[in-house]
Design a protein around this ligand. Structure first.
Ligand SMILES: C=C(O[C@H]1C=CC=C(C(=O)O)[C@@H]1O)C(=O)O
Length: 373
C-alpha cells in the first residue's frame, strides 16, 4: 500500500473506534499495521497465540492481545517525512511535582542504604495540553525523527491511545535463536557517541547485564554477551550490551523467558521483587502500560534462498520461521481526555544525585515533546 492509503486506512479504523496498532521496527523501512475486526478486548494469559501483545508494567495485570485470527495485517513500504529538530511544546510541570519526585528519590536512597535493594527505577508522568493533538501527524513525526527506535501508535477503544519511540528491545526470537539487551545509563547526546561514562553509569549497566545473564541461564542455553557500547536514542545516549542465546530443546515457551526478563532492571530495578514492591508502594501514579512491553508474538516469517544460480526456479527453498519481536514501552505518551501524559523515569542507585536524576527525566521528556504540535 502507498503511505497515503495506509494512513487513510488507519484513520478510518480510528474513526470507527476499532482497535489497531501501527509500528516500525528499529532500522527498518516498512511500517506495519494490525487492524482488529471487532472491538473485543482480547487478552493473552500465556503468550502462546499469534498477534500483537500490549502488556502492562505490573505483570499481575492483564496482557492485551490483538489476535491475528481476528485481524487484517497490512503495511506501507516506507514513510519518509522531515526529521523534527527543535522542541516546541511546553510542559506543565510544577515545583510540587519536582518536590514529590525528589522526595521519592530520597526514600529510595535510604532504602538502598538499609536493605538489599541495589537499584530502583523511579518514574513520573508529565503533562502537556492535548489541544490540536493530531494523532497521525504525531506518529508520522515519530517515524521521521527516530529511525533506530521501535516506533508505534496503539489504540483500543476500551483502553486508550498510546504512542512512543523506544530504544529498548525486550526479546527477539527467531527459530531457536533469541536475543535481548542490557540498557542503562543516560547522558545528553552532543554530536558524538564517543563519550566517557562515570562509575555510577558503568556499575549500574553491569548490574543489569549480570542480572539478565544469570536469569537467562536458568531458561536457555549458550548465553553470550557483546562488548558494551554507547548507543544513541534521539537526543540521548545509553550504555548497551547485547545478549544472545539458544533456546533449549525442552524450553517451555515464551512466557517463561519473558518472565525471566520483564520487568527489566532498566525499568524496575534489582533485586526485581524488592524494586517492584518499592515502585508499587511509593510511586504516586499507576504506570499502566508505560514500562510494560509490546510487539509481535509468533508471527510467520517466510524466507527464500536460492541454492543453484543456474536453475533458479527449481531451487528456491522457502522456509517459514516463527518470530517474536518484543520491545519495552519507554519514551511513550498516553493521550487522555483533556491532556497528554508523557512518561519518564531513571535508575536510582547509591551514587544517585536527586537533582541530576530530576534533570535526567526532564531531558527524557524531550523525545516526545519534540514531535508534539
Ligand atoms: C526508564 C527509562 O529509561 C531507562 C532506559 C535507559 C536508561 C535508563 C537510565 O539511565 O536510568 C532507564 O533505565 C525511561 O526512559 O523512562
Amino acid at each position: 500500500m502507498n503511505h497515503h492509503d495506509f494512513f487513510e486506512c488507519l484513520n478510518a479504523q480510528f474513526q470507527d473506534a476499532l482497535p489497531f496498532v501501527a509500528y516500525r521496527k528499529p532500522n527498518e523501512d516498512r511500517v506495519n499495521a494490525v487492524f482488529q475486526n471487532d472491538d473485543t478486548l482480547y487478552e493473552t494469559k500465556d503468550l502462546s497465540e499469534s498477534g500483537f501483545v500490549f502488556a502492562p508494567f505490573d505483570d499481575a495485570s492483564k496482557m492485551v492481545l490483538m489476535p491475528l485470527e481476528q485481524a487484517e495485517v497490512d503495511y506501507c513500504d516506507a514513510y519518509e517525512g522531515e526529521e523534527v529538530v527543535t522542541e516546541t511544546s511546553q510542559l506543565i510541570s510544577s515545583s510540587e511535582q519536582k518536590m514529590a519526585y525528589m522526595d521519592t528519590i530520597e526514600k529510595a536512597l535510604s532504602t538502598i542504604e538499609q536493605t538489599d535493594l541495589k537499584k530502583v527505577v523511579l518514574s513520573r508522568p508529565d503533562y502537556v495540553s492535548n489541544e490540536n493533538f493530531q494523532v497521525f501527524e504525531v506518529f508520522k513525526r515519530l517515524l521521521s525523527t527516530y529511525k533506530t527506535a521501535f516506533v508505534y501508535c496503539w489504540y483500543h477503544p476500551k483502553i486508550g491511545l498510546w504512542l512512543g519511540a523506544t530504544p529498548e528491545t525486550l526479546l527477539k526470537i527467531e527459530g531457536q535463536r533469541m536475543s535481548t539487551m542490557a540498557l542503562a545509563g543516560t547522558q545528553v547526546y552532543k554530536g558524538t557517541t564517543d563519550v566517557s561514562w562515570g562509575n555510577k553509569e558503568e556499575e549500574e549497566q553491569q548490574f543489569v547485564t549480570d542480572y539478565i545473564v544469570s536469569n537467562l541461564e536458568a531458561e536457555v542455553e549458550q548465553v553470550s554477551t557483546s562488548e558494551r557500547r554507547t548507543v544513541r536514542a534521539g537526543g540521548l545516549l545509553h550504555l548497551q550490551t547485547q545478549i544472545s542465546a539458544r533456546l533449549g530443546k525442552d524450553h517451555t515457551g515464551l512466557l517463561q523467558i519473558v518472565r525471566a526478563l520483564h520487568p527489566t532492571p532498566a525499568v524496575c530495578g534489582l533485586p526485581k521483587a524488592e524494586a517492584k514492591a518499592f515502585i508499587l508502594h511509593h510511586e504516586t501514579y499507576n504506570r499502566e502500560f508505560y514500562s510494560g512491553f509490546m510487539g509481535e508474538l509468533h508471527f510467520k516469517k517466510r524466507q527464500t534462498r536460492n541454492t543453484n544460480r543456474r536453475n533458479v526456479e527449481n531451487n528456491v527453498y522457502a522456509t517459514v520461521k516463527t518470530v517474536s519481536n518484543l520491545y519495552v514501552n519507554l519514551r511513550c505518551m498516553q493521550v487522555l481526555a483533556n491532556k497528554v501524559a508523557l512518561y519518564v523515569g531513571g535508575g536510582i542507585t547509591k551514587d544517585s544525585n536527586p537533582e541530576a536524576e530530576w534533570e535526567e527525566t526532564v531531558n527524557k521528556t524531550s523525545t516526545m515533546k519534540k514531535v508534539l504540535f
